[in-house]
Design a protein around this ligand. Structure first.
Ligand SMILES: NC(=O)c1ccc[n+]([C@@H]2O[C@H](COP(=O)([O-])OP(=O)(O)OC[C@H]3O[C@@H](n4cnc5c(N)ncnc54)[C@H](OP(=O)(O)O)[C@@H]3O)[C@@H](O)[C@H]2O)c1
Length: 234
């Protein structure tokens, strides 16, 4: 799809990668950018339309889809990460919270906006997943499961959306330099660079973006002997 002139809705747009998507869309010439956030939009709001959205509130998602009839690009960026061992009793609550936001949230948005995208010629969806869709690090079990679910849901949705001419891009990346990765050590992608690469990948018609060397290495390791996910959590 053509990013210049698109009308985009970005979830979790108030900080981190979401705010970077807003900047990249603006630089690419988007006609309108709806910047959705749970609270007041603190980030740079120049040239954007701030809207309120908690992706876990279905009534808000529905209302927004009814209100924003011109959207032709949905960017499912909002996400949460909680780390801890799956053997800890509280992990099931953490798992539920992360499934809500990271897997059901994007699904809810796609369900609500699919008719809008269809009316506007098809358009596109970007789902921000993670290299941890394929890999579990110590303590990332619940987050990884939620991102694996989001990845699988996206793969199924891609087929359903294709019928109406809507493309879906899954963005896989390792660390990105935002609040979420604060305190983690290792190379981190610049969020502005990742947002730019994601928009370019969608424009080029790609189904997946493997955004960095770690992600490409892990993806290749899925076919390894042993497969990469068998060793990583040890
Ligand atoms: N940072 C990384 O290393 C990394 C790596 C791979 C993938 N990702 C993925 O990249 C995406 C963006 O994350 P980030 O790095 O920018 O993290 P971040 O800085 O922690 O920002 C997360 C964003 O999601 C929003 N959010 C969380 N729950 C929400 C909800 N229920 N409804 C609406 N908005 C909600 C937050 O809003 P509030 O400000 O209101 O909390 C915030 O805007 C996420 O999907 C994340 O899983 C990140």
């Amino acid at each position: 799809m053509n990013i210049g002139n698109c009308v985009a809705l970005v979830t979790g747009a108030n900080r981190g990668l979401g705010a970077a998507f807003v900047r990249s869309l603006r630089a690419a010439g988007a006609a309108r950018i709806y910047a959705a956030s749970r609270g007041p939009l603190a980030a740079d709001t120049q040239g954007v339309v701030p809207v309120r959205l908690d992706v876990n509130r279905p009534e808000q998602v529905q209302a927004l889809a009814a209100e924003l009839g011109d959207v032709n690009l949905l960017i499912n960026n909002a996400g949460v990460a909680e780390f801890g061992e799956l053997l800890a009793p509280e992990s099931t609550d953490a798992l539920r919270r992360q499934f809500e936001t990271n897997a059901l949230g994007p699904l809810r948005l796609v369900q609500a906006f699919a008719p809008v995208l269809k009316r506007n010629g098809g358009g596109g969806v970007i789902n921000v997943v993670s290299v941890l869709s394929w890999l579990t690090l110590p303590g990332s079990g619940a987050y990884s499961a939620s991102k694996a679910a989001s990845w699988a849901l996206g793969n199924a949705l891609r087929g359903e959306l294709k019928v109406q001419g809507t493309e879906l891009l899954a963005v896989h990346c390792a660390f990105v330099d935002t609040d979420m990765s604060r305190g983690m050590h290792g190379d981190k992608l610049d969020p502005d660079q990742l947002a730019r690469l994601s928009l370019q990948a969608l424009q080029a018609g790609h189904a997946e973006l493997l955004a960095d060397a770690t992600t490409r290495q892990v993806h290749a390791g899925l076919a390894g002997q042993p497969a990469v996910y068998l060793g990583a959590a040890a």
